[in-house]
Ligand binder design. Structure first.
Ligand code: NOJ
Length: 754
């Protein structure tokens, strides 16, 4: 049917009736084919292309009851649906695609979306953890493998990467992003989009990526999910928007998703400044925008739309092309067009964008390209994929503290391994585990066994009790201390203790904001009891966000941040604590000293009363806490040491080259993330005390010294002013280079004119 129809179209459009592969089609030809198809489509069929339904096999929102699923499939047959999400499995995708292609009048293929966020079957570290690797090649490979596996199961569109910058670890979705910094966030966004989309979107192992959530979702008040966002234009343009723009400019991302929140009073789905003026206007984005789940209809609750009809009008006018599960286009767009309230040109533009991406994916050339070969699935969980998952997991681990070189563990030491999370095979899979099967990660217990560590395991305390499935909330927490005595006894007998504490895999993620981000339940008590029994204690923290570790930092000699690391978690953690792998991860987000300090982030403004001023009251500070975070952005230790020297700046015809020597001063080979920070001390808009503007990861053997150079151009030196205009100003700049945002090796230069 599809081939018949398309051959007809080719004739109508004056093309060769032999349908050529999409990759070979010139963009003009694609647009002409879309013109021809649009001319054939009824208004209902056009609106169908803008309607996305969930299969409800794996939904992240409330599912309707009864026979609604069947009704939706009938609408697919009627050409009233353009996309499905949450159809899981190759056979299932094929069955639904057949309804669209064989049974609908025009046979337009569906595009199948799914939240493939950190792996599909092979589960990789959560995105926040991957960002801690600062390894863009590995991050790209991780997304590439996720795309290969998702495509093997018939999917052609992922709702990732989430590029929301956030400064609030109470927000459960920080696990899904790249942290607090727009520069690192932009580099990671580009790497992930490149990984998902590959070089050729029409290949059958590449999928369309989505940048989300446009915009400001990570700045919700109080870190409470779905909450109000109110930020000024300087923060919007300099902090929130850069990763979106980078993914469009540098990786040609094909779709974007708007967000649930209001931004400065306007729900993002109805925000024409973000969607029409910026994305589709100034930035030239020619893919399509999908709403978030039900966000069209939610504009009524926001107090922005009077009715569903009003919501549909506001959304299409603002540039939200496809409606995910709020039915406002399905139910009201036809009437809006027929009554003249909405210009059909807006609908046509939205449909054109959707059809364009379907063309680029090769779905018109072969709608079954992702599902026609069962052997495609042989690639799922391939050993090569596991091997990369292990590499990424090892590189994502951050050594926060290591007093007196307590780590790595030494040969022959007897270890007490304590904590329910050490035996947990599910938590490391994290929150967005796509098609990853529950309870399949390598636990720390298994990792220690495989590494030949001499250890005794005790649970100590459970992290959570009760039913804890997706999407139900995790029931926190146990008050059960019955395992304490055995844990303390084991600690006493051991040379060293490795205590694995933190959050359950489903304690972070969407809808999982927390007001208290200490160790959940009685784990803090367990930590104190075990430490009292044996001070030679290593704390391994599994979490989807920075936790408050102030007591641990003051008392525990060694702390390892191990996030939720995916399938290879236990192997990666064992390899770091035994020293088989020298950790090199660096924090992509500051760790606060207390919840009251949030937001605490490294690229803050100086204020008019910066301090610190001893014995003074009237400067910007808390009376009961330092202003600094517990662990700053960019921080991470190694088993070796690195020294920085000879920072030099050379200016040549407007270009600025910064060079520095980095030496491995210890006794073990190791990787260092060399970070460059910039400060513009006087500008027309107050600029942050430091901003990351470059980084490079280097591997050095003991005694090795290398030169690292960075180029700074207008893109790095400039900023967006309060009107959203990019400006590069003259005057002095300060540069700092080192192994964290606290780097103290600095130099300055003056930009005098090009
Ligand atoms: C809601 C989430 O906010 C969004 O990120 C996700 O892609 C959709 N649900 C679909 O699951």
């Amino acid at each position: 049917m599809i081939r018949k129809f398309l051959a007809g179209l080719a004739v109508m459009a004056g093309l060769s009736p032999v349908f050529s592969p999409v990759a070979a089609l010139a963009q003009d030809d694609v647009e002409r084919q879309i013109d021809a198809l649009l001319a054939e489509m009824t208004l209902e069929e056009k609106i169908g292309q803008l309607t996305q339904y969930s299969s409800f096999w794996d939904a992240t929102g409330p599912a309707p009851q009864g026979g609604e699923q069947e009704e939706k499939f009938d609408q697919v047959r009627d050409g009233r649906v353009g996309s499905m999400l949450n159809v899981v499995g190759r056979d299932e995708v094929r069955a639904v695609q057949e309804l669209a292609v064989e049974d609908s009048r025009l046979g337009i293929p569906l595009i199948f979306g799914y939240d493939v966020v950190h792996g599909h079957k092979t589960i990789f570290p959560i995105p926040l953890a991957e960002a801690a690797s600062w390894d863009l090649d590995l991050i790209e490979q991780s997304a590439r493998i996720a795309a290969i596996e998702a495509a093997a199961q018939g999917l052609n569109w992922t709702f990732a990467p989430m590029v929301d910058i956030s400064r609030d670890p109470r927000w459960g979705r920080v696990m899904e992003g790249a942290g607090e910094d727009p520069y690192l966030g932009s580099r990671v966004a580009v790497a992930r989009v490149n990984g998902f989309q590959g070089d050729d979107l029409s290949a059958d192992d590449t999928i369309a990526a989505t940048i989300k959530h446009l915009a400001g979702y990570g700045f919700s008040e109080g870190g409470r999910d779905y909450n109000t966002v109110d930020v000024g234009s300087v923060t919007l343009h300099n902090i929130i928007l850069p990763p979106f723009k980078a993914a469009i400019d540098e990786a040609n991302v094909r779709t974007a998703m708007n967000s649930f929140n209001t931004l400065n009073g306007v729900p993002a789905t109805g925000d024409s400044y973000l969607q029409r003026d910026l994305l589709k206007g100034a930035w030239g984005f020619d893919g399509f925008i999908v709403s978030d789940w039900g966000s069209g209809r939610e504009m009524i609750d926001h107090g922005f739309a009077a009715s569903e009809r009003d919501a549909a009008e506001l959304a299409i006018e603002a540039g939200s092309d496809m409606d995910m599960e709020s039915y406002v286009y399905r139910d009201h767009l036809a009437d809006l067009v027929e009554s003249g309230d909405v210009d059909i040109a807006l609908v046509d533009d939205a449909v054109r964008r959707v059809l364009r991406v379907k063309h680029e994916l090769g779905l018109f050339a072969d709608p079954y390209r992702y599902v026609d070969d069962p052997a495609q699935e042989d690639i799922l969980m391939a050993p090569a994929h596991r091997a990369i998952a292990l590499e990424v997991a090892k590189d994502s681990i951050v050594l926060l503290k290591n007093e007196d070189s307590l780590l790595p563990l030494k040969q022959g030491e007897k270890i007490a391994l304590i904590g329910a999370l050490a035996a947990d095979k599910d938590t490391p899979l994290g929150n967005w585990r796509a098609a990853g099967e529950s309870d399949t990660a390598v636990s720390v217990v298994e990792g220690f066994e495989a590494a030949g560590v001499d250890f005794t395991y005790r649970e100590g305390a459970a992290v959570q009790v009760g039913e804890a499935g997706f999407p139900q909330p995790v029931v926190v927490n146990t008050s059960d201390r019955s395992g304490f005595d055995a844990a303390v006894a084991a600690a006493r007998k051991a040379d060293k203790v490795v205590l694995v504490l933190g959050e359950d895999g489903l304690q972070s993620g969407e809808g999982r904001s927390r007001s208290d981000i200490g160790l959940p339940g009685v784990q803090q008590e367990l930590l104190e009891a075990v430490h009292a029994a044996n001070p030679a204690t290593v704390l391994v923290v599994m979490s989807g966000r920075p936790l408050i570790l102030d007591w641990a930092d003051a008392n525990i000699p060694a702390i390892v941040q191990a996030w939720h690391l995916g399938h290879e978690s236990g192997h990666a953690i064992a390899s770091v604590v035994t020293g088989a792998h020298n950790p090199g991860g660096k924090l992509p987000m500051s760790f606060p000293r207390s919840v009251g300090q949030i937001p605490v982030y490294y690229n803050y403004l100086n204020t008019g009363r910066p301090g610190p001023l001893e014995n003074e009251v009237f400067w910007s500070h808390y009376n009961d806490l330092p202003n600094t975070p517990l662990y700053p952005f960019g921080h991470g230790l190694s088993y070796t040491g690195f020294a920085y020297s000879e920072l030099e700046i050379v200016q040549n015809a407007g270009a600025v080259t910064v060079s520095v020597m980095v030496e491995n001063t210890g006794e073990m080979a190791g990787e260092e993330v060399v970070q460059l920070y910039l400060r513009d001390p006087v500008a027309s808009v107050a600029r942050p005390v430091r901003e990351l503007k470059g980084f490079e990861k280097v591997m050095l053997v003991p005694g090795e010294i290398t030169q690292v150079t960075f180029e700074l151009s207008g893109a790095e030196l400039g900023f967006y002013d309060q009107h959203g205009n990019f400006t590069v100003e003259y005057g002095a700049f300060e540069v700092y280079v080192g192994g964290s945002s606290m780097a103290d090796l600095g130099a300055s230069f003056t930009r005098t004119g090009d």
